[in-house]
Ligand binder design. Structure first.
Ligand SMILES: Nc1ncnc2c1ncn2[C@@H]1O[C@H](COP(=O)(O)OP(=O)(O)OP(=O)(O)O)[C@@H](O)[C@H]1O
Ligand SMILES: [Mg+2]
Length: 220
């Protein structure tokens, strides 16, 4: 695999919610190329469009104008998104939640749970395996959501404020787990964050302001 293979490319990709007077432009014509080996932090204030940009990259939202092109080599399960908000399935325990994408991808329950346990261990959440989402804290749920993506070993990991609800030590552990997993599997990693210390651990930093992805040199 060439080191600089393009996984996702945004070409003037814009995302507008609502219409007419109610329209909110969450992302203005963004141009961005994510290649294998990418270690990108997207920083910016609340409401600047970070989650919207990740959702465009993930294919969760279709651009209102412009294009988002994903490499065919990614396949169906090539992108893993760690959601910013609650995303665990309430009826499944933490282990079953983390194993679910692998089960859906056709792995046996045993193999899926083995990978899920290893991923939970990486983020320091192994002891939560048997708990239901309602029995864990928001920060613990965030770690379980990160483990669910790591278990899947995607080629592109998109993590939306993965340390947002964590204390410093736990946040460091989750970020370590994301970086380690990305290094080990050769995955690209994009992390959104408010935290300059988190952003500093990624190789490239881009800022968003009012829906605009600023050019690299405009980093503040
Ligand atoms: N589903 C939606 N419907 C309408 N407006 C939305 C929707 N999702 C986001 N927005 C708006 O789009 C803009 C960008 O939101 P987004 O969630 O991308 O920001 P963010 O940078 O991730 O913020 P935060 O740091 O608080 O997570 C905001 O003005 C927000 O209110
Ligand atoms: Mg957000």
């Amino acid at each position: 695999m060439p080191a600089d293979e393009t996984l996702v490319a945004c070409q003037d990709a814009a995302l507008t919610f609502g219409r007419g007077a109610q329209a909110v432009v969450a992302v203005h014509g963004a141009n961005l190329v994510i290649t294998t080996g990418e270690r990108l932090a997207v920083v910016g204030p609340s409401g600047s469009g970070k989650s919207s940009l990740l959702h465009l990259l993930a294919g969760l939202e279709q651009p209102t104008s412009g294009k988002v092109i994903r490499s065919a080599s990614l396949g169906t399960f090539g992108i893993g998104l760690v959601f910013q908000g609650d995303s665990l399935i309430p009826a499944l325990n933490v282990l079953e939640n983390a194993a679910l994408p692998l089960v859906l991808a056709g792995r046996t329950e045993t193999a899926a749970q083995e990978a899920a346990r290893a991923a939970l261990d990486l983020v320091g959440a192994a002891d939560l395996a048997e708990r239901l989402p309602e029995e864990i804290s928001g920060g613990q749920a965030q770690r379980a959501a990160a483990a669910r993506v790591l278990a899947q070993a995607p080629r592109l990991i998109l993590a939306d404020e993965p340390t947002g609800r964590l204390d410093h030590a736990t946040g460091t552990r989750v970020l370590d787990a994301l970086l380690t997993a990305a290094d080990r599997t050769g995955a690209a990693l994009v992390v959104t964050t408010h935290d300059p210390a988190v952003a500093a651990r990624l190789t490239v930093r881009r800022s968003m302001r009012d829906g605009r992805l600023l050019a690299p040199e405009e980093i503040s």
